[in-house]
Ligand binder design. Structure first.
Ligand code: KG4
Ligand code: ZN
Length: 349
């Protein structure tokens, strides 16, 4: 059995987790991981007054919380440091203050306990989560839609990631958050836009579907955001129904634009995949929690013969179980970072 302690501090969640993998060497094709603990402290309240994550506040909050969160993760798992085989920590990309706190803490723990240290790329954590939750085999297609990322990635193996599409301006979660702010909805914006949209008319505003039909694979959301701002300004002051209609129309435009981009990728993925096998699309990131988007993607997958995999919300938003798991995958693939003690946090990676 392998047990890895994971640490995640790249944004506004302070998180630690212990994940175990049984008998990996006996039957490497069948993975049977277990999440022994998964402790997450969200800083949403610290940042709410500012309408977004404030890096300096985030870094200080990580410093204050991390020791206790690591202790809680070990205790929940019923293990001590002596029982873990390695420490895995997010080393980037993300807010550099938080990365420094997490990686330095991991280095200190690993050095004191005499354990190996694994520097994990946060995006690799998201990319491999579906193997932890659903035992998915390579290759599969990943749609990552969070506050910081909007990407389509072909995941072919540990360390074998091809980015097929990214956003040329805003991340999708960021667009939700900005639209919420324009409409004076509270932070974090995404869930509040969705809540308002439920009472709104998605056909009232004909917002643009950015990139729809474009041969270029990438996403774009800034034009849509501008259209929302113009509509809101034109009819201000906004009634509650106006806000609901704008949210519903925005969400419909997003789902439509997303479906167009993702369908291109499904077709491309299918072209290089054995005919008789069912390929899979994994969605991850906070925006995947959105029902309208979830249902649109689910339908798209059904229409295109893809299995639709949506890991539980708690594991597809930022967490440390995915970091511990990426550590285990790297150990298993003999790809654990050597010289991780010298690894410097990378805000961009
Ligand atoms: O993955 P995540 O928790 O953190 C990172 O950004 O890494 O994603 C947070 C983002 C925020 O922008 C938030 O507004 C968005 O996900 N979000 C949603 C919903 N829930 C969270 N967006 C749309 N609909 C939702 N229900
Ligand atoms: Zn993330």
């Amino acid at each position: 059995m392998i047990r890895v302690l994971g640490i995640e501090t790249s944004c506004d969640e302070t998180a630690a987790s212990v994940v175990a993998l049984d008998d990996a060497s006996a039957r490497p094709e069948i993975l049977s991981p277990r999440i022994l603990s998964n402790v997450i402290l969200s800083q949403v309240e610290e940042h709410a007054a500012f309408g977004g994550v404030v890096p300096e506040i985030a870094a200080r909050a990580h410093v204050e919380a991390l020791d206790g969160i690591v202790e809680a993760a070990l205790e929940d798992a019923g293990v001590t440091l002596a029982d873990v085989d390695a420490i895995a920590a997010t080393a980037g990309p993300g807010l550099v203050g938080g990365l420094i706190v997490g990686l330095m803490t991991a280095k200190a723990i690993a050095a004191a306990a005499g354990k190996p240290l694994i520097a994990v790329n946060h995006l690799e954590g998201h990319a491999l989560t579906a193997r932890l939750t659903d035992g998915l085999e390579f290759p599969y297609l990943l749609l990552l839609v969070s506050g910081g990322h909007t990407q389509i990635v072909r995941v072919a193996g540990v360390g074998d990631y091809r980015r097929w599409a990214t956003t040329i301006d805003d991340a999708l979660g960021e667009a939700f958050d900005k639209v919420a702010k324009m409409l004076a909805l509270p932070y974090p914006g995404g869930p509040n836009v969705e809540k308002a949209a439920a009472r709104g008319d998605p056909a009232r505003f004909a917002f643009p579907r950015p990139m729809k039909g474009s041969a270029q694979p990438d996403f774009s959301f800034s034009g849509l955001k501008t259209a929302v701002r113009q509509a809101a300004t034109a009819i201000a002051p906004l009634s509650e129904q106006d806000v609901a209609d704008i949210c519903a129309s925005f969400q419909a435009a997003v789902a439509d634009a997303l479906a167009d981009r993702v369908e291109r990728a499904l077709l491309r993925f299918r072209a290089g995949y054995p005919d008789k096998m069912e390929p899979a699309l994994v969605v991850a990131g906070g925006v995947a929690a959105n029902r309208a988007i979830h249902e649109t993607l689910e339908r798209l997958c059904a229409d295109n013969g893809f299995r639709f995999v949506a890991p539980p919300h708690r594991l597809c938003t930022d967490n440390a179980a995915m970091i511990a798991w990426a550590g285990i995958e790297r150990l298993n693939a003999n790809m654990a970072e050597t010289g991780a003690f010298d690894f410097v946090p990378r805000s961009r990676w």
